[in-house]
Write a protein that binds this ligand. Structure first.
Ligand SMILES: O=C[C@H](O)COP(=O)(O)O
Length: 258
C-alpha cells in the first residue's frame, strides 16, 4: 500500500488577502505536478477561508479553519460552528493547538467535544497534542500525558471516513520563535507512543504528523527517522517557496544545500 505523506501549515494570525493569494498561487503551481501520494493542507485565519477555497478549487489543497466551537449555532459571540465551516466548504479544522490550550484555556474535554462535533458534520480534524517543557525529560509522565490527551480528545468520535482525522504531535517546548529546535531522538519515541495509542483507540489508519520548529534542515530527519507520516509547519511555511522546499527536501527530491 502506498504511504501517503502529509504536509500542512497553520498560518496562525498572519497574512492578508494579497499575501494569501501569492501563497496559494505558488503552492498551486507545485501541486499541479505533485505526486498522488502527497496531501497538503493549510489553516488560514477565518476571513481568508472563502477566498482560499475559491482560489484553490480543484487543486487538491486541503483548506481548514484554525478552531471551531462544538455547538451548531447560538449565543456564542466570537465563535464559529463546525456546521458553518462545513457549509462554506472548509475541508477540515485544527483542534487542540498548544496556543489555544495555553492562551485561551482550552481543556482536553473541550477539545474532545469540538472533535466529536466537527467529525460528525463531516469535517476533517487535525488534532494537536503535546507535552510542555516541565515534563519532557520524564518519559513515563510524558507518555501518560499524551495518552490522556488522546483518549479524552478521541473518546467520543464517530466512525471515521478515510483520511478524516490526522494527529499532530507538537511538543509545546518546540513551537515558535525562540523554542528549542527538536532533536530527532527527542520526538521519535513520543511519535511511537502516539502511533501505538492511536491504533488502540481508532480502527481507521490515522496519519500522525510532527510539528514544532520544522525547518529545511531538520525536516528530512524528522520525516524519515521517525514514524511520522508528515510534517506540520508554522512560521517556516509562511513563505510558499520555503514550504515547497521543505517538502521536497524532506522527501529527498532536493538537497538542503543548493
Ligand atoms: O501549528 C504549527 C505549529 O505551532 C508549529 O509552529 P512553528 O513551526 O512556527 O514552530
Amino acid at each position: 500500500m502506498t504511504r501517503i505523506r502529509w504536509f500542512g501549515t497553520n498560518w496562525k494570525m498572519n497574512k492578508s488577502p494579497q499575501t494569501a493569494r501569492e501563497w496559494t498561487t505558488a503552492v498551486g503551481t507545485y501541486m499541479a505536478e505533485m505526486p498522488a501520494d502527497q496531501r497538503l493542507f493549510v489553516m488560514p485565519p477565518y476571513p481568508l477561508l472563502p477566498q482560499i477555497l475559491q482560489d484553490t478549487k480543484g487543486t487538491g489543497l486541503i483548506v481548514g479553519a484554525q478552531n471551531c466551537h462544538w455547538v451548531t449555532s447560538g449565543a456564542f459571540t466570537g465563535e464559529v460552528s463546525p456546521q458553518l465551516l462545513k457549509e462554506i466548504g472548509a475541508h477540515n479544522v485544527l483542534l487542540g493547538h498548544a496556543e489555544r490550550r495555553k492562551q485561551f484555556g482550552e481543556t482536553d474535554e473541550m477539545i474532545g467535544r469540538k472533535a466529536s462535533a466537527a467529525l460528525r458534520v463531516g469535517l476533517g480534524v487535525v488534532l494537536c497534542i503535546g507535552e510542555d517543557a516541565s515534563i519532557k525529560d520524564d518519559p513515563a509522565t510524558t507518555r501518560s500525558f499524551l495518552e490522556k490527551q488522546l483518549s479524552i480528545a478521541l473518546g467520543d468520535i464517530p466512525a471515521l471516513a478515510p483520511e478524516q482525522l490526522v494527529v499532530a504531535y507538537e511538543p509545546v517546548w518546540a513551537i515558535g520563535v525562540g523554542a528549542d529546535p527538536p532533536a530527532v531522538y527527542e520526538v521519535a519515541e513520543q511519535l511511537r507512543v502516539i502511533r501505538h495509542v492511536v491504533d488502540q483507540i481508532v480502527n481507521e489508519h490515522v496519519p500522525i504528523v510532527y510539528g514544532g520548529s520544522v525547518t529545511l534542515e531538520n525536516g528530512p530527519s524528522l520525516l524519515t527517522e521517525t514514524v511520522a507520516d508528515g510534517l506540520f509547519i508554522g512560521r517556516h511555511a509562511l513563505d510558499p517557496a520555503m514550504f515547497i522546499r521543505i517538502i521536497q527536501t524532506a522527501l529527498g527530491e532536493r538537497s538542503v544545500v543548493e
